[in-house]
Design a binder for this molecule. Structure first.
Ligand code: DGY
Length: 322
């Protein structure tokens, strides 16, 4: 029997590519490894049985509506699904799968790294050295703030948020959280639940954001909510860039209302809001949340498990989101 054909939109880790090539005929678009627009996806999907895509690829409703009938599954190499019109896929009867769990620790590590970099001004310090402008140790140079005893507010206490909470407890931080539903006492492990935004924001010496993208969360952190954070608070975002009003965040960083921000995700990646480039108190990372060797292999294998279920075994995929 011929191997099913996959449109694989992006280059993937070696072990994942090897397993994919063993079981599928792979079609990869030519050119640089970057997110694929709708036209390239439609051209590549002709005659394919499945699509293995990644965050940022243009699978909007119009594109999904035009996919050939041969496509029986869309497996995304991400936990986030905001780049895929799930309702359109549902309407076409095309299952969509993602890669939950395996990236929680890696993403929490990046969030904690950004919290530390913001608190201790690591970005500014590194830039000082690289500019050859360090004139030597000084008692008042680049003073940051200690995290021990500070309140970490986690917005979105899912798997990633809970991993971050564990790390924060180890550092002596007091964990507060805002979530759609309250966790069980065992999952909370002493974290303070907030049922409304105002009390939550007022309790955040550090706010770490872990909410999905999409219309419902667009610009969640706007000027009004920023104003409710204590003066000198730190904001970190490793969820999706669209959840932050960039102009409002930059204004609060400039006015001194916020001490610092650490961002791994941006609206319109890879282009980012111009104001961030010149703000000294913002640390910028190029969407590295899940970028460890172990995690990226595990994400790829999750994708292949889902594809195998549908295309090789005729079974339901284990990580279906739509
Ligand atoms: C995810 O898995 O959603 C990460 O943000 C990488 O896209």
């Amino acid at each position: 029997m011929p191997k099913p054909t996959l449109l694989q939109t992006r280059a993937l880790p070696e072990a994942v590519e090897a397993r994919a090539a063993r079981d599928y005929a792979i079609r990869r678009p030519e050119g640089p490894d970057r997110t694929l627009e709708s036209a390239a996806i439609l051209a590549g999907a002709e005659g394919c049985d499945g699509i293995l895509c990644a965050a940022g690829d243009g699978l909007d409703a119009a594109t999904i509506g035009k996919l050939p009938d041969s496509v029986k599954i869309i497996a995304t190499f991400s936990v986030g699904t905001d780049h895929i019109a799930l309702d359109a896929a549902k309407a076409r009867g095309i299952p969509v799968t993602n890669t939950p769990d395996v990236l929680s620790v890696a993403t929490a590590e990046i969030a904690m790294m950004l919290v530390l970099m913001c608190a201790r001004r690591a970005g500014e310090a590194e830039r000082l050295l690289r500019a050859r402008e360090w004139t030597g140790w000084a008692p008042t140079q680049l003073m940051g703030v200690t995290l021990e005893g500070k309140r970490l507010g986690i917005l979105g206490m899912g798997r990633i948020g809970q991993e971050l909470a564990k790390m924060a407890r180890g550092m002596g931080m007091v964990v507060h959280y805002r979530n759609r539903t309250r966790l069980s006492p065992a999952e909370e492990a002493g974290a303070v639940f907030h049922g409304d935004d105002d009390a939550f924001l007022a309790a955040c010496d550090v706010l770490s954001m872990h909410i999905p993208g999409g219309a419902a969360t667009k610009n969640w952190l706007d000027a009004a909510r920023i104003a409710k954070l204590p003066r000198g608070a730190i904001v970190v975002n490793t969820g999706r860039g669209t959840t932050v009003d960039d102009a409002a965040l930059c204004a609060a960083l400039e006015s001194g209302h916020l001490r610092a921000a650490g961002l791994d995700v941006f609206t319109g990646e890879p282009k980012i809001f111009e104001g961030y480039y010149s703000a000294p108190n913002v640390t910028l990372l190029p969407h590295l949340g899940s970028a460890t060797l172990e995690t990226r292999d595990a994400m790829g294998f999750r994708c292949l498990d889902n594809l195998d279920a549908v295309l090789l075994k005729g079974a339901p995929p284990p990580h279906r989101v739509a």
